[in-house]
Each structure stands twice: as C-alpha cells, then as structure tokens.
Ligand binder design. Sequence first.
Ligand code: LRH
Ligand code: MN
Length: 385
Amino acid sequence: MRDAKSVLASQNIETPSWAFGNSGTRFKVFAQEGVPRDPYEKIADAAQVHRFTGTAGSVALHIPWDKVDDFGELAAYAAEQGVRIGTINSNTFQDADYMLGSVCHPEPGIRRKATDHLLECIGIMEAVGSDDLKLWFADGTNYPGQDSIAARQDRLAEVLAEVYGKLGERQRMLLEYKLFEPSFYHTDVPDWGTAFAHCAALGDKAEVVIDTGHHAPGTNIEFIVAVLLRAGKLGGFDFNSRFYADDDLMVGSADPFQLFRIMHELALRGAVGAGSGIAYMLDQCHNIEPKIPAVIRSVMNVQEATAKALLVDHGALEAAQSAGDVLGANAVLMDAYNTDVRPLLAELREEQGLHPDPVAAYAASGYADKIKSERQGGQAAGWGA
Ligand code: LRH
Ligand code: MN
C-alpha cells in the first residue's frame, strides 16, 4: 500500500490545452459557455484540474493554437497558477499548403516551411523551459499511386534528422504514429514499427509516443508498450479512449481493463511515477460534456488504473508464470484489477490535503459559474479547422 501511495503521489498526468477549448467532429462543433479564449485561460482551467487532483502539474501546448506574444510571460503565468508548461505539439496539418503533406510533401519548398515550423517549436520550448517536442504528422495519401511511399519516407527521415540536430542537451523529440485519418490510403507514420525505425535511426533523443486511439481495432497496445519499454524507446502516451476510431474520449471510459493492462506493463518495469522519463499525457476532446470535470475524471481514471497495476503481486505472478499455471497467473492480475482502489486514492488525497472526491470538490468550487460569467465576448478557443 505504502509503495503504491508514494508512486501515485509522484505521478503526473499532463493535460492538453486543447481539451479545454471547443471541439467536435466534421459534422458539428457544439460551442460551450465559459470556454477559454486564449492560452492564459486554458492554463487557468488546467490549473483547476491540478488543484483538485494534485496529479496534473503540467500542460501541453499546441502551436499555433497556443501562440502568444511572450512565451516567457505565459510560462510565468503558468507557474503562478501552480502548473508548468510541458510538451510542445507541432501542427503541420491545418495549413492550406499541407494538402498533399508537410514534411513528406513532394515539393521541397513546402517541406522547408514545415521544417521551419518544427524548428520554431524548439525555440518555444526554450522560451517556456520545455524538454519535449511532440511530432504528429497527418501526412499520407488517399489513393494508390498518388505518391511514392518510399520517397516520402526519405523526405520524412531528412526533415527529422535536421530537427533532431537542433535539439538542446536536455531536449527530445517524441514521434507519434497514427493508423489513418485524415489520410485514408496510407499514412507516413502509421504504426509503432515505423515510428520506432525512424527514432532508432535518429538517436537517443528520439522516442515514440503511443496515442491509445491510433491503432487498428483489436490491437494489443500493452504488447507495444512492453516492446518499446524493453527497447528504451517509449517516450510518452497520449491517453484517451475509443469505441471505433480516433474518438478522443475520456481515457478508460471505453475500456478500463485495457488501460489497466497498459499500466500493468509499465508498473512491471517501475515505469510509472516520477523519474520514469515517460511523458504521461491526455489527448482528448470533450465535444458534448463539460470540459474541466471531464479532464478531472480522466486523470482519476488513470490514477485508478495505475493504483490497480501497482497492487499486482509481482512475486506471485512470476511464480505462477514460471510454473505454467495459466489460470493462477491470470487470477493474480484479475485480483488486482477487481480491487476497488477508490478508498486508497481518497485516503491519498486527504493525506495530500485534497478533497477525497475531486469531481465533487470542483463542482462545489463555483469555478464553472465564475468562468461562464467572466468569459463573455471574445473568440472561444477551438481547433480552428
Ligand atoms: C492527432 C492527435 C495529435 C495531436 C492532435 C490534437 O490525432 O492525436 O496528438 O496533435 O491529435
Ligand atoms: Mn495524440
């Protein structure tokens, strides 16, 4: 119990600035009241998640969605709010020039433009004190023959090498893969293998990000976790959940058992909690539900899956595995998974001086009404797609 508590107390789940803005599908973006209008208000909302969970001390930014005149000032504001700026996400998927791709585009001029954006993101990392550059490319094609798959890999490798060369001593690049969407025939970084191959070719500062919504249905994601961990190439997670495609729903809401299995592979290698070197991030969109409570619930879902994983009796598990005791080994895991860890987490929060129920505490704080009344006028933040 004590060990689990100390690991849980050191856990950090980074929240995405864009989860607090308006978001939707291609059919409709349902605007909500009180939504932030700028990165400062996004950070203020993210700070509420940390205020009530004690476990969300950093905020990921997305450029240009979170562009400001003075990033140093934004970082200072974040510190005042009790959080820090974490991962810097590049965006080479919304400019008109990127219709046929960005870093993999046939035209050198377009690739140059995309590369310059990635280098600009490194500059922003220096300004806010962030060590992580997260790269996700929408690049791909929609029809067979549209472009050379191999030539696009060469273009990608060339750009990644240039950007890698510009990383500072402590900085790293996190390469995120995605099976499809917005490209529907091939995606240039579609799976962990392709991301791993590029990162291995680049060097130690390049690692892979697993977005839990970016796999073909039925993919055993915890297998990918175990393999990348073993190879020392697991840089981070974009946690969310899905029933079908990249639904970006609250992590653990669609398949809490899968989230537990993922955290189990990490706990087996002591890779949860501070010092793991793994960026645990949420990447979600709250299209119909109130955003801040949804992010709070999501952080709690990760905490619960982590707590259950930390309760797995590793000794009994190894004994059953080496004895070939199939049912015994499975039972060890299921015992932990079927353990109600909510009392443990409520106790931990009280020990941290927090309310045992973050969702109830946020609801009682009056913050939701405060932002509804204060945030009148101006342009609500969104993806601007
Ligand atoms: C792409 C993605 C990526 C982000 C975006 C917000 O689907 O997962 O991580 O840049 O969502
Ligand atoms: Mn993602």
